[in-house]
Design a protein around this ligand. Structure first.
Ligand code: F6R
Length: 614
């Protein structure tokens, strides 16, 4: 995690960096810091806590004006979130300042070696090891770019490093391995950052850096090499969203804004998926039809909310393609010696495209010969880059730490993939596929209908502000929707919330239910008679234990009315598509309850948006 930025140019450096950090704060907010150079001296300001603390410090003690600087917002991995452990870190001789994202795995050995050479450390972080090493290398060679290459060659693990040299006022040098870094191409100014959001106010032209590359920026040049100094090939691209997409637009929280953006995000994800012959086409899927037909197993790999999207996908993909489909937590995948080979098709789902657990899982899968399709929301991120194919979700930037439009668009992209595979493998006729796509195209309107009734859900949330425990139930695709509802409440409201498969309740968890426990139940559409009726029985079971039942049910389904304390009406959709509408009230509920509790909805405690450590 951690967000980092470097700038060189004529603008107010401190302002550019602070604005950039504000847009990167979703990556971590344990501390923030900035370093600039003025008259051959480095000046550093850093504070534990959110960026607001650093802003306060800079208001009373401003930094001198400068032409280049670096900034950092931290999600702590090594060392407490204190002022001392905040970045940037200086080398012992004060000549370089460095910020780091990632984990340096051989930090202990390097630190011992540097200490033996008389270097005095000021923090407990692994990051300072990189700063001290860079300082030593710079003292030896006198050139920051060369010193950066030499430093990177000695580091193990994952890192993005950005550094400035007090004696070189026109240059910022950055490097990456297993951690994100993009270059912002300006006019008479240039940027490096973890994410384009950091410089989107200034430029929409970007360069994506490859693995093990070093970039040197000056106001008028960008020079990229590998760690050995050989010129590297890079890819320049235009960012197709602008600064307004990363603003709150009148909402109190980014999360609430993103919940309300879902109709647009889903519509954008569905755009342009047909060719002129009326065939479903995913032009980013560059795996030949023969290979897709040969696949005898699909393994979906993801974490957290994206994993729940994968659970929904399993039901749809198996139903439409009849290919066995497993869903696996990325953090568990490679440790269980999974049975995969060249006939396995892996599907990874990641909003950020940088989640380290997922990245490591796909590397492992590809080593075993599997082909990997990524479903991702972040153009040019590491996961799509390291996959054989990618389906972008086009949800626009997701800033709120809790994923919302990320989830619904991931589910929609999975449906598209399932239908595409069904088309290629001939397990569904064209008219059947078109009928499902026609229903998918109605989803933005259906989600809007749920959003139009947000006030009812908000009132329910405010009425439950003193409740401590919540249970969420669902069957079939309603089960992952229930898990997602519980996760949203845990991460935002910090309350005990559990999701269960409705039929599993009687095998143990029902013991926790009493009259103080609200139970949210996702009821399947009536079209699936058996499934529907079983869930109605499950509602009666918890009602009999005194639970307050909140029932999410399709419009016109009166069968649950006798057992529901609160009814949340959903538009009528077919069973497989229902999670897309069912999850929306659960997102609204968690957002509103957390707001009522006074929690920071966009930056919940202990979390970060982009989890780039394992
Ligand atoms: C929860 C949430 C996380 C992410 C998970 C994977 O609201 O956002 O559980 O879904 O960390 O992140 P990505 O999708 O970026 O790989």
């Amino acid at each position: 995690m951690c967000g980092i930025i470097g700038y060189v140019g004529d603008k107010d450096v401190v302002q550019v960096i602070l604005d950039g950090l504000a847009r990167l704060e979703y990556r971590g907010y344990d501390s923030a810091g900035i370093a600039v150079e003025a008259d051959g001296v480095l000046h550093v300001a850093k504070r534990a806590g959110k960026l607001a603390n650093l802003r306060e410090q800079l208001a009373s003690t401003p930094l001198p004006s400068s032409h280049h600087g670096i900034g950092h917002t931290r999600w702590a991995t090594h060392g407490q979130p204190t002022d001392a452990n905040a970045h940037p870190h200086l080398s012992d001789d004060g000549r370089i300042a460095l910020v780091h994202n990632g984990i340096i795995e051989n930090h202990a050995a390097l630190r011992a070696d540097l200490e033996a050479r008389g270097i005095v450390f000021a923090s407990q972080t692994d990051s300072e090891v990189a700063a001290q090493l860079l300082g030593v290398e710079l003292a030896a060679c006198g050139d920051l770019t060369q010193a950066m290459r030499a430093t990177c060659g000695q580091l193990a693990g994952a890192f993005t490093l950005v550094a400035i040299d007090a004696q070189d006022p026109d240059r910022v040098v950055a490097a990456r391995r297993n951690s994100p870094l993009v270059v912002g191409v300006g006019q008479g100014e240039n940027f490096v950052a973890s994410d384009v959001a950091a410089f989107i106010d200034h430029t929409r032209e970007a360069i994506e850096l490859g693995q093990d590359q070093v970039v040197t920026i000056t106001p008028s040049s960008i020079d990229v090499t590998d760690f050995d100094g050989h010129p590297a090939t890079t890819r320049r691209y235009h960012v197709d969203w602008d600064a307004s997409a990363a603003e709150k637009g009148g909402f109190d929280w980014f999360m609430r804004k993103e919940i309300f953006e879902q109709p647009r995000a889903i519509a954008d994800t569905l755009l342009g998926r047909y060719d002129e012959r009326g065939q479903l086409t995913l032009d980013e899927v560059r795996i030949g039809p023969e290979e897709l037909r040969r696949a005898d197993k699909i393994v979906i790999i993801a974490c957290g909310t994206a994993f729940y999207a994968g659970m929904v996908a399993k039901y749809a993909i198996e139903h439409w393609t009849r290919v066995p489909c497993e869903v696996e937590l990325a953090s568990e995948f490679r440790y269980r010696d999974p049975i995969i080979d060249s006939r396995t098709l892996c599907v990874t789902i990641s909003q950020s495209g940088e989640t380290m657990d997922t990245l490591m899982a796909i590397r492992y899968a590809r080593e075993q010969g599997a082909r990997v399709i990524a479903i991702c929301n972040t153009y040019g991120a590491t996961i799509p880059r390291e996959s054989d194919a990618v389906i972008y979700t086009h949800a626009g930037p997701e800033i709120g730490v809790a994923s919302t439009k990320g989830f619904t668009t991931q589910v929609v992209a999975c449906y598209l993939l399932g239908l595409f595979l069904a088309q290629v493998r001939g397990t569904k006729y064209g008219d059947e596929i078109r009928a499902v796509v026609a229903e998918l195209e109605q989803l933005p309107e259906y989600v809007q209908q749920v959003l139009d009734r947000a006030d009812d859900t908000y009132a329910l949330a405010r009425a439950m502000v003193d409740v401590q425990d919540f249970v969420f139930l669902g069957r079939h695709v309603g089960y992952p929707a229930a898990l997602e509802g519980a996760l949203k409440l845990k991460e935002l409201a910090y309350l005990h919330a559990e999701g269960f498969a409705a039929g599993e309740l009687k095998h143990g968890p029902i013991a926790i239910i009493d009259s103080t426990t609200p139970v949210f139940v996702v009821v399947p559409p009536q079209g699936r008679d058996q499934l529907h009726d079983k869930v109605v029985s499950n509602i009666q079971e918890v009602r009999a234990r005194g639970a307050h039942t909140v029932v999410l049910v399709e419009r016109g389904d009166e069968s649950v009315a006798p057992y529901a304390d609160t009814v949340i009406e959903l538009p009528r959709v077919s069973t497989l598509l229902q999670p897309v509408v069912a999850v929306v009230p659960l997102q609204l509920f968690a957002c509103e309850l957390a707001s009522a509790l006074g929690n920071d909805v966009d930056q919940p405690r202990n979390l970060a948006k982009s989890v780039t450590v394992e």
